[in-house]
Design a protein around this ligand. Sequence first.
Ligand code: NAG
Ligand code: NAG
Ligand code: NAG
Length: 362
Amino acid sequence: MEFLKNVYLLIMEPLWLLCFGGSQSDKSVNNFLMTGPKAFLTYANSVQVGARMGIHECKHQFAWEKWNCPEKTLQLSTHISLRSATKETSFLHAISAAGVMYTLTKNCSMGDFENCGCDDSRIGQPGGRGWIWGGCSDNVEFGEKISKHFVDALEGGHDSRAAVNLHNNEAGRLAVKATMRKACKCHGVSGSCSIQTCWMQLADFREVGNYLKMKHQRAMKLELDKKPAKAGNSAVNRGIIAHTLRRIAKTELIYLEDSPNYCVKNQSLGVQGTEGRECMKGEKNLPQKEKKSCRSLCNECGFRVVQKRVEVVSSCNCKFHWCCTVRCEKCMQVVTKYYCARKEGGKRQVNKTKRRDRAQRH
Ligand SMILES: *[C@@H]1O[C@H](CO)[C@@H](O)[C@H](O)[C@H]1NC(C)=O
Ligand SMILES: *[C@@H]1O[C@H](CO)[C@@H](O)[C@H](O)[C@H]1NC(C)=O
Ligand SMILES: *[C@@H]1O[C@H](CO)[C@@H](O)[C@H](O)[C@H]1NC(C)=O
C-alpha cells in the first residue's frame, strides 16, 4: 500500500490535474496503476516530465503577477473541498495538458518510443507553390491521443468542474497544434532553392505558454443555470453543461468562480498574498510586466515598496589559463532590490491589538 502510494505520488503529484480529482480520481488512478496496461509505464516518465514543464511555464508566465502559480496551491488542492475552477486554475489545466502532449510528441519524433514515429502521411504530396511535403513532421496526433488518455482520465467526476477542466485540457492541447509552424529545407542546384521540402514542427514551448496566457486574459466565465441541477442527478447536470459548452469555442479557456483576492494571505485557500514579494523597479528596458510589478504587487494591494540593499556574490575577473581552465574570482556586489511591505500604520495596529489582547487576559 505504501509502495503504491509512493508510485502514485512520484508519477502523479506534478500533475496539477490530478489534484482536482478528489476521491473519485484517486480511486481511478490507483486502479489504473494496479491493473493498468504496460503502456502506462512506458509513457509515465514523459507524462511527468511534460506536466512539470507545464507548471514551470506557468511560473514563468505569472512571475510578476499577484498569483504566481505557487506550489502551495498545488498541494492544498488535493482536498476536495478546495477544488476550484478559477481563471488561474483554467490556465494550469491547459498548460499542463499542453506540456504532456508536447513532451509525448517530441519523444515520438526523437524515436523514444517503439510504436511511433514522425508523421509521414503527407510526404511526397505537393504542399504549395515551390514546395512539397517531406522531412519529419511532429506527430501531434500521437501526442494528443496518449496525453488525452492520461490527463483526461484524471477527471472522474460528472460535475460542472470536471466538465470545465476537461474543456480547458482540450484548449491546452489545441494550443500545441495552433502554434505549430512550417519548417522548410532548400533543394536544387547549388542551393538555388528551386524546390523546398517542408514539414510541420512544434513551436518552442514558450510560444505555447504565450498563446495560452493570451487565452487566460480573455477567459470566459461560465454562467450555469443552477436551478435544475438537483443533487445526485448527474445526467441532468451533464446535459446542461454539455449544452452550455457547445456554444463555446474549444480553443477558449473557461472558468466557474471568480478568483479570490490574491493580495491577502489566506491559508485555507492556499493564497500566499503579495506581502514580501519582490518587484522590479528603476531599470530601463524592463519588459512591460516587470515595469508595472511594484504597482501591481505592492501598491494595488495596499502595501508599500521598500528598498533593500542586498549583497550578491557573482563570478568576475574570469581568466583563461593554459590549458584549459577558466578561473574566476568571487566578487561581492551590492544591489538594490524592492519588496512589498506592510504600511507603517498597518503594523502599529497589529502590535496594538496584540498588546490589548494580552492585557485583557491578565
Ligand atoms: C521524453 O523526453 C523527455 C524530455 O526530453 C525526457 O526527459 C524523457 O526521458 C523522454 N522519455 C523517454 C521515454 O525517452
Ligand atoms: C479565506 O477565505 C475564505 C473563503 O473565501 C473566507 O471565508 C475567510 O474569511 C478567508 N480568511 C481570511 C483570513 O481572509
Ligand atoms: C511591535 O512593535 C515593536 C516596536 O514598537 C517592533 O519591534 C515589533 O517587531 C512589532 N511587532 C510586530 C508583530 O509587528
